[in-house]
Design a protein around this ligand. Sequence first.
Ligand SMILES: [Zn+2]
Length: 311
Amino acid sequence: MKKIELHLHLDGSCDIDLASKIVNRDTYNEMVVSNANSLTEYLTKFDLPIMLLQDLDNIAEFSYMLGKRLEADNVIYAEVRFCPLFHIQKASVEEVVEAILSGFRKVKTVKVNLIFCMMRHFSMEENRKIIALTKNFLDKGVVAIDLAGDEAKFKTATFKELFEEIRRDNIPFTIHAGEADSSDSVLSAIEFEAKRIGHGIRSIESKEVVDKLVKNGIALEVCPTSNIDTNAVESIGYHPIKKLVEAGVLVTINTDNRTVSNTSLEKEYELLRDEFKFTDLDFLQFNLNAIDCAFISDVEKDVLRKQLTSN
Ligand SMILES: [Zn+2]
């Protein structure tokens, strides 16, 4: 089945063999979560990838390897995200973006666009810098901006001003919300006029929030295995995805971090098929939802819809 993926972090999806080769040791345990339900452990898995994603050759090679991995998973379109300020110890943002795009371009069957992430623990000034960078790179491989990081500690509501600036600049955006924090966080994202929300699963705690998602046609970028790994849900049986779908929320399926969560879209579909009895038609709908809310033009969406349904 051909697939679309909208929520995928570059640093959480780096090739283990390549990392091991670069640092000359087995890096599996440093990159893959071993204990589901431990957010603390989950977060340590990004240290090594971020250290390696400074050198331009590494950046291009890891991007190429991720492109190959997407291709093997039958992904035809992906939006890959990262925080640009995490990767500029040795090179400029321009060089980093070009290295990433050059890696992905080598895999012809997968079209990749980039999303820049602001971080919740960053200062206003740093996040403003990321807004300015996104503005500069729009139509040059970057299609949107995101807000990532510790949601419980740095509440979504406190980013109101930044999202006003983002809207004023007409920059497409998505927001991680309703993962580590409650449905209130999703409500803030809705108030900021987000059309897409990363995770958003805790919307289920509030009928008001679920109704607003449905009424406004807001799509959720759901990442089931990641939710278990970070302890946002206890196990797949407790995942609210089915309830959200039944309530009429637009759901898309994503991996979040292919390496850290040791997953692929194929694996996520399998998990959901086993637990919730979703059918091929359901998965087709999730992919069509993803195309509808992808940060691309209507013409590009039409091309993807045709590709998705052709053999
Ligand atoms: Zn994420």
